[in-house]
Write a protein that binds this ligand. Structure first.
Ligand code: ARG
Length: 592
């Protein structure tokens, strides 16, 4: 469907044209004086110079031409030359009804369906997920849902850190602890056990221990680097041990991401492209792009217009080892060859921006991707604690993601237990599920309602509140609507085929206008990769609905046509909210 503002702009443009002016002047926007009118057009002001006359004269002539308009109830020319517009209730009602009857509320399909890969999550194997991983997961997953809803084909790839020094550290430390083990015995030719030689808990203890030790002890680090090289060069036992590390760790990652309603189509990692690197490096040398500088192989990526220094992209270290860069570049090459994506989007901490500038430039220069392939970096800010510093546990340590989720869940469980009234006893199982849903909304909305690139403060008290700009407030509003609809049903009112009428007052008209701007919100969320736009829309919608709710008798309305129209409006409000919260990554319970 044509977006509401486009639709009414078209009408205004026709009026400009009929009055003898350039139709381009007829663009309509939402009123910035809602006390005076609903929409406005400032075209007469812009046209004054061009037509050598007072803006008010133009405005008056245009307003006259609007008399027969299908869409406008009233168009007033006011000094110095504004056009103040009020919509016809019937027109708005018809628009909302066609939204209701169209798939995705009439959201227009993109001109071209794009194939998009989103690289998000980015956990490091054998390290537990901590709060720093929350943002990439939540933002990436939401973008995936939004872009799919808009009609694109989207593949999510987790791009695990599974190939670097942390692997060598674990392997080396394992060898010290288990000298009898067959894995590091290079003379061993038998089968390796199918069972992993460690539990998840042991694995998670080994990494920080080994990492700490390598910082104090250079020879320990040296050995870990040797183990890394052996792993990467394919020494059998090292690979077998690495597979165990990966399996144990991935099972745990899946469990954690499941808890957040986050999933990936591809569980690829840095290791996936290992075999592609030698060929890629060869091509970069042959193409004359890569050269040796201080022993290392590099590609220059600086450009004349740079205002800050952009250092060369390092492809191989002087010992021939590959780097984080190298695996990212090889991944671009493989994605291009296997999927031919129109776009690759990276949802990564904004502190890696310069790094991605280097990688993208290098990929283009060395022709790993077609010119038409967009490479986009969506950098997110840090999630801070109440003190404005990166979020920590009470004791000052790094907060594990699952503990954070558990904390919020417990807080929500406590709240809904307190909310319980005698006539609304909730069975324990339902209370648990409800608390989970609300907890999810608190965490996800708390994150996504901020523009991704900004740092934000994770404020548990604020995020879990049922009032204000929060996920639980949205759910509370949805539950309120569900409850009215259920009561209506209980009272014998049929909810099928309810007829929406033109608005009876300003509160229901406002609600219809807000619903009607769904298309514009979605379009900008897609274009700008901005879930926060959906959050802002939902918050406005919930406020507009609650205002309507407080102003209006719904179930006790004696005029049944009016009552049914209100119920129809509730249905569509709920349906829009349901789709939109699902795009963010949560859903409403039946009651709370
Ligand atoms: N594992 C990386 C880190 O912890 C993030 C990966 C981001 N994605 C990428 N393609 N480099 O910093």
């Amino acid at each position: 469907m044509e977006k509401l503002l486009d639709r009414i702009s078209r009408e205004m443009q026709d009026a400009f044209e009929k009055a003898g002016y350039n139709r381009e002047l007829g663009r309509v926007s939402i009123s910035n004086r809602p006390d005076l009118c609903e929409y406005q057009c400032n075209g007469a002001m812009a046209g004054a110079k061009q037509y050598h006359c007072a803006p008010i004269q133009i405005a008056q002539k245009v307003a006259e031409q609007c008399a027969s308009s299908e869409a406008f109830e009233k168009v007033e020319a006011v000094a110095p030359g504004f056009l103040n517009i009020t919509l016809k209730g019937e027109f708005l009602k018809d628009y909302v009804v066609s939204m209701k009857n169209s798939p995705k509320f009439g959201l227009e399909k993109p001109e071209k369906t794009e194939k998009i890969i989103i690289d998000y999550g980015g956990p490091n194997v054998a390290k537990p997920l901590h709060v720093g991983h929350l943002r990439s997961a939540i933002i990436g997953q939401s973008l995936k849902r939004i872009l799919r809803y808009a009609g694109h084909e989207v593949i999510g790839d987790i791009h695990m850190g599974d190939w670097g020094l942390q692997m060598g550290l674990i392997i080396h430390e394992f060898g010290i602890r288990h000298p009898e083990s067959v894995y590091l015995d290079e003379s061993y030719t038998g089968e390796y056990p199918a069972e992993p030689p460690f539990t998840l808990a042991e694995l998670e203890e080994i990494y920080p221990f080994a990492s700490g030790k390598s910082k104090e002890d250079p020879s320990y680090k040296e050995k870990a680097m040797e183990a890394t090289a052996k792993l990467q060069n394919g020494v059998r036992g090292y690979r077998a041990l690495w597979h165990h590390i990966l399996n144990v760790s991935v099972a745990d990652l899946k469990r954690n991401y499941d808890n957040l309603n986050v999933d990936f189509e591809r569980w690829n990692g840095e290791s996936t492209v290992h075999d592609v690197i030698p060929g890629m490096v060869e091509d970069m040398k042959k193409g004359g792009y890569a050269y040796i500088s201080e022993g290392a192989l590099v590609v220059d990526v600086k450009e004349e217009t740079d205002t800050k220094e952009v250092p060369p992209c390092m492809i191989l270290k002087s010992d021939g080892a590959s780097l984080y860069n190298t695996t990212d570049l090889a991944t671009i090459k493989v994605r291009n060859e296997e999927d031919h994506p129109d776009e690759i989007i990276y949802v990564v901490d904004k502190r890696q921006e310069l790094y991605f500038t280097q990688v993208f430039r290098c990929a283009r220069k060395t022709r790993l991707v077609e010119d038409s392939t967009k490479l986009r970096f969506l950098g997110f800010g840090t999630m801070n604690g109440a003190d404005g510093k990166p979020f920590k546990t009470r004791s000052g340590g790094v907060m594990r993601l699952e503990y954070l989720i558990q904390d919020i869940y417990e807080e929500m469980y406590r709240k809904i237990s307190e909310n319980k009234t005698d006539d609304q006893e909730m069975p324990a199982q339902e209370a648990e599920q409800t608390a989970r849903k609300i907890a999810m909304s608190a965490i996800i909305y708390g994150d996504l309602s901020n523009q991704a690139s900004k740092d934000y403060i994770f404020d548990i008290d604020r995020f879990t509140s049922f009032e204000g700009d929060t996920g639980p407030y949205l759910l509370y509003t949805m539950v309120r609507i569900k409850s009215i609809l259920n009561k209506a049903k209980g009272a014998g009112i049929s909810l099928e085929d309810l007829t929406l009428q033109s608005a009876y007052g300003s509160a229901d008209k406002d609600l219809m206008k807000q619903i009607a701007s769904f298309g514009a919100c979605m379009e900008s969320a897609v274009e700008e990769l901005a879930p926060h736009k959906i959050c802002a829309f939902l918050y406005d919608l919930a406020n507009t609905f609650n205002h309507f709710y407080h102003e209006t008798k719904i179930l006790t309305e004696e005029n049944t046509e009016k009552r049914d129209s209100y119920l129809a409006l509730l249905q569509i409000t709920l349906a829009v909210m349901e789709d939109m919260v699902a795009l963010l990554g949560f859903e409403a319970p039946e009651r709370m």
